[in-house]
Design a protein around this ligand. Structure first.
Ligand SMILES: Cc1cc2nc3c(=O)[nH]c(=O)nc-3n(C[C@H](O)[C@H](O)[C@H](O)COP(=O)(O)OP(=O)(O)OC[C@H]3O[C@@H](n4cnc5c(N)ncnc54)[C@H](O)[C@@H]3O)c2cc1C
Length: 501
């Protein structure tokens, strides 16, 4: 059955006439192909956290659906950084922090477009994410870093410096506890009853993402509603160029499956959209690697302990430790001075001491996206910079480090590592990284109706597909936590919900 036929065959005539959006609706005599206690759509951070809490709440027959061949979406390819105030590790390391401080940082980065209630829930429950991950067998490095825009060292790093180090153990734990995972199954529609509650999904089974071909269409009922955990859509060029044309040609960091069909299904059943023209750019993007690779990790350390310069002036142009939006906007201004023939990518670089401590450095250096130069003259030559101006910028920064002059950008300095040769450097170019927009949810991870501003019964969501927690821009290491806090909440809320039908 094609989506169109499905809609025609199943749409209740009354509902179709009176509802504000085009919705799909199950006829009373409709036969389900399969039935579950809970269906979760998406196998990333949000999906596995929802499955974990639903399982802990006592649900038995839980199904996680994934349209791709591989599990884990953006979560599994992410850096896995997780900003968790008051975690056991943060307490062990004696770092002073609080949920209130994180919320303050989030509202600043989000320019107060945030829903403060959601931000507080995320920050205050972040420590439960740490406990859940440890329970499932995830491991973290025994150090924390302070990512840009954060006022405390709270970014936890998985042992393998990858989101896979969090998703894979959770996946294994859930499988071992009877949760079912089914990949190559695309949810093409949410099924809505005439009372507007969501009771199931229409799926395409044996779905091939590359060819868009599938073997069968089926309908699955979910007795406790549906959790939508389908992430962002930054790979959907058409959707980006419609909502934020200026970003349509930017390179992206996401996995190929980050497309918009589920956000459209959510809109089709009447969900309230928020901030659809807001996207996050990753200021650590490097034009010499694909997506957000190891050079991005190295850039985080260079930003923290060293400086970034405009090659045209040889001078700094931003607080390298400010929020992602502030840095990306500043980098775009630097790039605007260049031309297609002679681009002007900003440069960040560090001394050897910093580079050798940075996750991602070895791979980035091997790949050539990070390069070594043995003197300031070599560094200037590599990027066509004025050597005198660059020498001055380095000297000024070292004076700032020694405390002999204030930082002109007000940068907070955690680690004072003298900037000296040999230098390790890379080019910067912001990449389209994260969807700030999404559908509105409340504190129980219930999806909000655009018509009533009340929850749509049986529809729950969290993670990147939902908006509000982060406002206009989010801090690094805060998506993973947002996903897993609201994923857990969605699983718990769903466990309490019982469909009428
Ligand atoms: C390179 C990179 C590095 C990052 N690093 C970090 C970091 O260090 N820390 C941090 O906090 N954040 C980071 N982020 C952001 C973060 O990883 C994502 O925002 C987060 O993983 C989103 O999780 P999610 O569960 O909402 O969605 P995802 O993890 O993207 O999972 C959604 C899944 O749903 C599936 N799906 C979509 N539509 C359908 C459908 N119709 N039917 C069935 N399945 C469907 C998708 O295929 C996907 O597998 C990074 C992102 C990238 C791209």
């Amino acid at each position: 059955m094609k989506r169109r036929e499905f809609l025609t065959k199943t749409m209740g005539a009354t509902a179709a006439m009176t509802l504000p959006f085009s919705v799909s609706s199950k006829e009373p005599e409709h036969k389900w192909d399969r039935e579950y206690d809970l269906i979760i759509v998406g196998s990333g951070f949000t999906g596995v956290a929802a499955a974990y809490s639903a399982y802990k709440a006592g649900l038995k027959n839980i199904l996680v659906l994934e349209k791709m061949k591989v599990w884990g979406g953006n979560s599994v390819i992410s850096g896995g950084l997780a900003g968790m105030p008051n975690s056991k590790l943060q307490k062990k390391l004696g770092i002073k922090d609080s949920p209130e401080l994180l919320v303050k940082d989030m509202l600043k980065a989000g320019r107060n477009f945030n829903n403060p209630e959601l931000a507080y829930i995320m920050a205050s429950q972040a420590y439960t994410v740490y406990d859940m991950l440890i329970d499932c067998g995830a491991q973290f490095k025994d150090k924390l870093i302070r990512s840009g825009g954060h006022s405390a060292a709270r970014s936890h790093i998985p042992k393998n410096a990858s989101g896979g180090g969090l998703v894979v153990p959770m996946h294994k734990y859930l499988l071992a506890h009877g949760v079912k995972f089914q990949n190559r199954t695309k949810v093409s529609n949410l099924i809505q009853e005439s009372d507007l509650s969501i009771s199931g999904v229409a799926v395409q089974e044996d779905y091939d993402f590359d060819t868009k071909k599938f073997k069968r269409e089926s309908t699955y009922k979910s007795r406790h509603g549906i959790v939508v955990a389908t992430g962002g859509w930054t790979q959907d060029k058409k959707f980006i160029s419609t909502t934020m044309p200026m970003y349509s040609d930017l390179e992206r960091t996401a996995h190929p499956g980050a497309t918009s069909e589920m956000i459209k299904s959510l809109l089709a059943v009447g969900s309230l959209p928020l901030n659809f023209d807001m996207y996050q750019l990753g200021p650590w993007g490097c034009p010499d690697e694909i997506g957000g690779g190891p050079a991005s990790f190295f850039a985080g350390y260079a930003f923290n302990e060293s400086i970034a310069v405009d090659p045209m002036t040889g001078q700094r142009f931003v607080d390298e430790h400010s929020s992602r939006r502030t840095r990306s906007e500043a980098e775009m201004l630097v790039m605007e001075k260049g031309t297609k023939e002679k681009p002007n990518y900003p440069i960040t670089f560090s001394s050897e001491d910093t580079a050798f401590r940075a996750e991602g450095f070895d791979a980035a250096f091997r790949d050539g996206s990070v390069q070594k130069t043995n003197s300031v003259a070599e560094l200037a030559e590599l990027y066509g910079m004025d050597v005198n101006k660059l020498t001055q910028s380095i000297a000024d920064w070292n004076e700032v480090l020694k405390g002999n002059m204030p930082d002109p950008f007000g940068k907070t300095i955690d680690k004072r590592t003298e900037l000296k040769a040999p230098y390790y450097s890379m080019r910067l170019s912001p990449k389209l990284h994260y969807c700030m927009g999404g559908i509105a949810i409340n504190k129980n991870a219930e999806v909000i109706s655009a018509d009533t501003c009340e929850p749509i019964k049986g529809l729950f969501a969290g993670g990147e597909v939902a908006a509000g927690t982060h406002g206009m821009d989010r801090l690094g290491g805060c998506s993973s936590v947002d996903c897993m806090v609201f994923g857990q909440i969605a699983g718990r809320t769903a466990a309490k919900y019982k469909a009428n039908a």
